[in-house]
Design a protein around this ligand. Structure first.
Ligand SMILES: [Zn+2]
Length: 418
């Protein structure tokens, strides 16, 4: 991949004026709606039932009139209904959400959409100072498997032990770290506790996946004297916001996604600036499986004062829906719940949903929603994951029909309760 083309394409878009952005989004939105309503059975039926006159939706402010959708809508109808009839499913690239909010969703992109997503993904870091010659440590993200040329990258999976990650760090001496928030925090603590001086090589840190709360941020800052760029994204649509050097909210890549924030529980009513509400996403670059007014299940609010960096548009703040608590191993080490969740679910097609509660340091309750009966091999897998991640702990497995959502609505699938 040519890094210069990444830089050029996305660098300009982030400095568009509001009217340039509006004009671009209006045109793109009209195209997205027209395609989806004519080529995707799910949207065609939905819009016909709602009686909406799509011809009247010519600008982004009218997008509120379009019905919203949730992940369960896609799961209910299945790929034949939510994929565009322009594409042959066997030619599409399938990805699966982590299942962190309810059941996992398999979603699809064609080749050029996959490429665009990858370019867009790297542009988030590229526009925040990552440059040729940087050495990048990538931590704990299963879908991170392609790297642009010009960067020196090392990739560690969620299965990697603290020792393996530390050895990789020492060998690479990264200038930047991209990865799961918790994994970065744990590495920071590890390097700090061992007083490893080479950690000063790190200049930029890009955490994602969980809210960068004060405790995780403090852990990262304890280990690294680096600039931390918080970001927000999802597997379905890619990155949705990233901080600039002013660190006062997340700038949205408006050329690729329209972000709406509705009043809580009222997806058709916009929240006021500063009011906490629900995040609703419309992708402008995905035609194979369009996401239009997609309620992702996170909460946020808008900050619409001008940003000193010169980029236009409102910024996302307070993504409070993604807080997780670190688990505690029998050795007393803090363990990432995100890593355990991914480790448990990755490649286990039988698992529809799960919840893990660490009720004591040596005791874990696992609730599983399965597609079929519980197989001995899955029991072994679950036990193996916890032995590896937490040490010798008692694991109880209960089969349930549904994992209830937290009363808070938070995306907690794996957490500590003591
Ligand atoms: Zn800014």
């Amino acid at each position: 991949m040519n890094l210069d083309s990444i830089r050029k394409k996305y660098y300009e878009a982030q400095y568009w004026s509001q009217s340039e952005l509006d004009s671009y989004q209006n045109t793109a939105l009209t195209r997205v709606l027209r395609r989806a309503s004519s080529r995707v059975p799910f949207y065609r039926d939905l819009y016909q039932r709602s009686g909406i006159d799509l011809e009247s939706i010519t600008d982004v402010r009218k997008l509120w009139k379009i019905p919203s959708v949730v992940k369960d809508d896609f799961l209910r109808v299945g790929p034949q209904e939510f994929l565009s009839q322009d594409f042959d499913k066997s030619q599409l690239k399938a990805s699966t959400t982590s299942g962190s909010l309810g059941r996992a969703l398999t979603h699809y992109k064609n080749t050029s959409e996959s490429h665009n997503a990858l370019v867009g993904f790297w542009s988030a870091f590229w526009t925040r100072g990552l440059t040729k010659g940087d050495r990048v440590l990538l931590l704990a993200a299963p879908y991170f498997d392609i790297f642009p040329s010009g960067l020196i990258c090392e990739y560690m999976t969620v299965q990697a032990t603290a020792e393996q990650i530390r050895q990789c760090f020492l060998k690479l001496q990264p200038t930047a770290i991209i990865g799961a928030t918790e994994a970065i925090a744990l590495l920071a603590k590890d390097l700090h506790d061992l007083d490893i001086k080479k950690r000063s090589s790190v200049k930029r840190i890009f955490p994602f996946g969980q809210t960068l709360g004060d405790s995780l941020k403090s852990m990262i800052q304890l280990g690294f004297d680096a600039e931390i760029f918080d970001s927000y994204g999802c597997s379905e649509i890619g990155w949705i916001g990233i901080e600039c050097g002013s660190h006062s909210g997340l700038h949205v890549p408006g050329e690729r996604v329209i972000v709406q924030i509705s009043k809580l529980g009222k997806p058709d009513e916009p929240a006021q600036a500063g009011e906490l509400g629900e995040v609703i996403l419309t992708s402008l670059e995905q035609n194979a499986m369009p996401f239009i007014r997609y309620r992702i299940g996170d909460v946020a609010r808008w900050e619409n004062t001008p940003c000193s960096c010169g980029r236009n548009g409102a910024r996302l703040v307070s993504l409070e829906g993604r807080v997780q608590d670190l688990l505690l191993s029998t050795q007393g080490n803090l363990i990432s719940p995100g890593a355990i969740q991914t480790d448990l679910a990755y490649g286990q097609d039988d698992i529809d949903d799960l919840r893990v509660i660490q009720v004591a340091q040596n005791q874990v309750q696992v609730f599983l929603v399965l597609k079929s009966d519980l197989q001995e091999s899955l029991v072994s897998h679950v036990n193996e994951v916890f032995t590896r991640q937490l040490g010798e702990v008692d694991v109880s497995i209960d089969l349930v029909d549904e994992v209830p959502r937290d009363p808070s609505g938070k995306r907690r699938r794996v957490y500590r309760a003591f």
